[in-house]
Design a protein around this ligand. Structure first.
Ligand code: BTN
Length: 318
């Protein structure tokens, strides 16, 4: 009923009388009033003027499923939404839901996370209502060894959405850091449930710093608000990200990873640089030359030997 009342208010540029709404929706005046209180509690700014009625003034800055669904033109990406005000980690919830059979394209969103995780067991600081903390369930018919390309695909989709919605030029530091003005704007954590030759499901977790204030950011990080000086619509950015993700993923499923890799090369901040890669096994230093078809980073060491790196922390030296 809340949704129906909202639709009536949205579709009117003027005040609508409570009597008319109650009549059209077949609810008592008292029930209608309770729904209005409920919507106000959710943050919808609804004004009531005696003899005129009700008017929707503004929407809350929340990523409610009903708001995401409005205007989302994807086929399957984001068609099933789990929304939380607070969650431990959306990736953990996504892994559990996927194991219970949640369909491909299901998304898990939270307004804040108490145990947000990044790569290499780092914490992902997730202040409430400030960022986008999202996990997407995918079930691609590929070998586990090719899964890293999906991290690149998510990174490319994020950069495309940032450009489209905010006009921000962002770049990707291999494999998963979204950078703007040399600072970290977002990151991607891909997790897999797989056997040697079969993927059951993949969870792509993405965190974006959107309206974070400087004091809640690490010195090496930035947010869209910091970059542009004003708040950005998390809703629009999220919808555009889902649209781009689906578009790129459909191409990937049909034709393989070549188009993703090509786009990634153009958005890369790593290729051509002298890099140091630190992994639990070793440190590798050299020039980042290219990206392989499976998403691995090709590095030429000082000795001339070529190495392919699949994991690790990259430091851009120059
Ligand atoms: C990184 O840069 O190391 C990756 C950060 C990924 C953070 C996102 S926020 C949503 C999802 N849930 C998590 O716990 N982590 C990812």
């Amino acid at each position: 009923m809340n949704e129906k009342i909202l639709n009536l208010l949205r579709n009117s540029n003027d005040y609508v009388s409570g009597e008319e709404i109650s009549h059209r929706l077949g609810v008592s005046r008292q029930a209608f009033w309770k729904h209005i209180q409920d919507l106000k509690g959710m943050g919808y700014d609804i004004v009531a003027v005696p003899h005129l009625g009700y008017r929707l003034v503004s929407l809350p800055d929340r990523l409610f499923s009903s708001e995401i669904e409005r205007g989302l033109d994807t086929k399957f990406m984001g068609r099933k939404i789990y929304y939380f005000d607070t969650a431990s980690s959306t990736n953990d919830i996504a892994m559990q839901l996927a194991s219970k059979g949640a369909p491909e394209g299901t998304i898990i969103l939270s307004e804040s996370q108490t145990k947000g995780r990044g790569r290499l067991n780092r914490a992902w600081i997730s202040p409430k209502y400030k960022g986008i903390y999202l996990s997407v369930i995918l079930k691609p018919d590929i070998l586990p060894k090719d899964a890293p390309v999906l991290t690149l695909l998510a990174g490319v989709s994020a950069c495309e959405a940032l450009k489209e919605v905010c006009g921000v030029d962002s770049l990707i530091k291999w494999p998963n850091d979204i950078l703007a003005q040399n600072k970290k704007l977002g990151g991607i954590l891909t997790e897999l449930n797989a056997e040697t030759d079969e993927i059951h499901h993949i969870v792509i977790g993405i965190g974006l710093n959107v309206n974070n204030d400087k004091k809640s950011l690490l010195p090496s990080a930035t947010s869209l608000k910091e970059l542009g000086g004003e708040n950005v619509s998390r809703l629009k950015l999220l919808q555009e990200f889902l649209r781009r993700l689906e578009e790129n993923y459909l191409v990937f499923q049909k034709k393989g990873g070549a188009a993703t890799i090509e786009k990634w090369r153009r958005l890369s901040d790593t290729l051509g640089r002298h890099v140091r890669i630190i992994s639990h096994k070793e440190h590798i230093e050299g020039q980042a030359l290219d990206i392989d078809t499976d998403g691995g980073l090709l590095v030429r060491q000082g000795s001339g030997i070529m190495r392919k790196v699949m994991t690790g922390d990259v430091v851009h030296c120059r």
